[in-house]
Design a protein around this ligand. Sequence first.
Ligand SMILES: Nc1nc2c(c(=O)[nH]1)N[C@H]1C(S)=C(S)[C@@H](COP(=O)(O)OP(=O)(O)OC[C@H]3O[C@@H](n4cnc5c(=O)[nH]c(N)nc54)[C@H](O)[C@@H]3O)O[C@H]1N2
Ligand SMILES: Nc1nc2c(c(=O)[nH]1)N[C@H]1C(S)=C(S)[C@@H](COP(=O)(O)OP(=O)(O)OC[C@H]3O[C@@H](n4cnc5c(=O)[nH]c(N)nc54)[C@H](O)[C@@H]3O)O[C@H]1N2
Ligand code: SF4
Ligand SMILES: [Mo]
Length: 761
Amino acid sequence: MKKISRKEFIKTSAAVSAAAGIGVSLFPGMTYAKNSSSMNWHKSVCRYCGVGCGVMVGEKDGKVVAVKGDELNPINKGHLCVKSLYLPKAINSKTRLAHPMIRKNGKLEKASWEEALDLVAKKFNQIRKAHGGNALAFYGSGQAETEETYMANKLFKGCIGTNNVEGNPRLCMASAVGGYLTSLGADEPAGLYEDIEKSEMFLLVGSNTAEAHPIVFERIMRHKNKNPNVKIVVIDPRKTPTDQVGDLHLFPNPGFDLAIFNAMAFVLINEGYADKSFVEKHTFIKDNKKNIHTFEDYKKFLEDFTPEKAEKISGVPAQQIIKAARMFGKAKTSMSLWTMGLNQRIGGVWANNLIHNLHLLTGKIGVPGSDSFSLTGQPNACGGVREGGGLCHLLPGHHLVVKEAHRKKVAKVWGVPASNIQPKPGKHTIAMFSALNAGEIKGIYIMCTNPAHSLPNSRKYWKGLKEQFVVVAESFFPTMTTEYADVVLPAAFWTEKEGVYGCTERRSQYMPKVVEPQGEAIWDAFILRDLAKKMGFDKEFAKYETAEIMWDEYRGLTAGKDMNLMGAPYSRLKKVRGLTWPVPTEDHPGTYKRFTDGDPIYDSKWSSKAKSDGRRMWFYGPKAKDGKATIWMRPHKDPAEVPSKEYPYALTTGRVLEHWHTLTMTGTSPQLNRAVPKAYVEIHPSDAKKEGIKNKEMVLVESPRGKLEIEARVIDRPIPGTIFVPWHWPESPINVLCNDAFDPGSKEPEYKVAAAKITKA
Ligand SMILES: Nc1nc2c(c(=O)[nH]1)N[C@H]1C(S)=C(S)[C@@H](COP(=O)(O)OP(=O)(O)OC[C@H]3O[C@@H](n4cnc5c(=O)[nH]c(N)nc54)[C@H](O)[C@@H]3O)O[C@H]1N2
Ligand SMILES: Nc1nc2c(c(=O)[nH]1)N[C@H]1C(S)=C(S)[C@@H](COP(=O)(O)OP(=O)(O)OC[C@H]3O[C@@H](n4cnc5c(=O)[nH]c(N)nc54)[C@H](O)[C@@H]3O)O[C@H]1N2
Ligand code: SF4
Ligand SMILES: [Mo]
């Protein structure tokens, strides 16, 4: 096979995705199902990212042999990115975990299901009896299906009686949730992807859209190609493939961009782009103490963040900040998209608030083409965890553990006493793994996530994983986390189970079971159900014979809520390409814009009130008051660790196009491995010269938490003073160096900034 460079790879990937839809191969090594009649095609959803592309799974003789884009899916219209196309390799990989394992004399050994589940049930019950329910914990995933997270929630919160239920969305979307709740009063965006084709301006901030959300990027790219007047501003301390479409790129020092967003607001107001009547009718202006202020107060506050002052803080020239603000203001419609560059910071919620501010200040929300639209990382972080309630303070269907009425309602549906559900939130992710270290949590069930690899300051948390009773439900083996497992349970993988994923744009989509699980693997939701029965909760889990029963029960809990899914039973989801909530009845088409005309909740409850108040929107979410959103006066906040004399660089970490997180899935594809075979550290040529480092030389990267030997890539991508390492490879665990300091509001850790030094190895 012809070897191609990564540059060519990235260049062709958009074309590849287009080709996938029509069944031809542009990319060497890529095989498409040209002879589609020889196999059965099943409508499904991509396993990987939060874009939620529709796929067709090609199955032949009980085996998944191909994946192609679903042309009828409105998200991707047949296009796919490369990761997705190689999913059959992952399904059929030799690294699939085929049978349960139990650690005996320090070694994991093959065991029967009976033996493994008996052991887990016995240990969990012993721990519960001796130390109480809070000595147990569940750690899940935004890649698990809604039904799976639902089972875990019921077992742990409803039966065992602990709210120690968390998941990796804490590492990912928690700051976005915090931002939506505090700014708009309700989680998840007001608009949909279809705003992309209606927008005149894009602010891509802290998002390497081209590599992390390729199909969203492709939609933006096509739209700009057709409409050259469309403007794109990128704010990122690195040059990335996303720059292909940028008209202007602002390069802040990592962790120092909050001042830029305030400065943009300053310019918008001073140059007449603010929509004062929208602000007056639809928003409160509040300071950090939640005191309400006038527009004049806000203007005054922003004087501390003139573009010149923001330049001093962020390192971005004032003129560029002014230019960016003007592009945002001048365009009739603007859309902001952001991801981990904003969320994974100790100022993550504030950063989110400041982006929402720009939209609220200019009225660029609630109208076609304008939205503050956070991109979700994982395929079901929105559906299963944010909506499904897979965090320590939540219950399914946007209910809260602190509310008595919510506990009662959920307990009734679960068929458990309301007193089983604790009234206090459990431990958030970092607190949970700290409690595991301290021996306060003595048993943990880990499902569909690989925390020994993915946690920040990871080495610190290996201690607890080593010392306590750890159960890992996994589809692949080995992983960094199975290294610490006492019991490993083989989980059915994508296409081997049915269920629902809910993506970035509030769209819930159904995935069918296409093939039988590999080896002895069992569906996660059934593993949890069977474990629950063995622990003594037979009665509570007797009825869950199918995924549909679980989905229907969950759906019932969404009735009357802002995320109403009553109109989305399996029977309907099997036919359509997903539905965007609120979708209250089976004849409702799903909602485009929330909080305004066409949103069934707005239309039925708030529209007349809004109209009589002269408003076009009513922010009716659980955290909003008087139908108003909030413009926040958030000052600048330094990252937890600022480069110093000893550690002069800002280390930031992130992703590459071809790989997914901890490599268990994309690592099964020789093609993807060849494209990016190993970890590296990007360093600017001027810094490399200063440190005497040459391209491809081995270097030592060191933070206050540890060091890593890794290959240098001398390249004009990060700004001088910043170094970047992709975090995918277990043999180069950069997470050992990452800072586990977290945002006090969202508890999301600061993966995006650590102080580091770099020297020749
Ligand atoms: N190929 C691929 N795609 C994925 C994933 C994957 O593993 N591989 N994972 C999925 C998941 S779960 C997620 S969460 C998303 C993540 O999607 P992204 O957030 O887009 O990806 P990252 O590479 O983590 O980080 C994005 C950018 O943030 C920038 N950044 C760092 N510090 C700052 C800062 O202080 N300010 C600003 N403005 N920017 C900063 C980095 O330079 C980087 O380019 O991707 C999803 N899609
Ligand atoms: N340095 C650094 N670290 C980061 C980040 C960063 O930007 N920088 N980003 C953070 C973010 S945004 C995220 S979302 C997390 C992600 O971190 P993780 O969730 O730890 O990473 P994944 O590799 O996606 O882990 C998913 C695991 O589930 C397994 N699996 C796949 N399918 C199934 C299934 O159906 N059932 C079961 N039981 N298992 C399955 C996979 O083999 C894999 O081991 O990482 C965080 N860590
Ligand atoms: S953009 Fe995301 S959802 Fe779409 S094919 Fe690629 S990984 Fe899958
Ligand atoms: Mo993520």
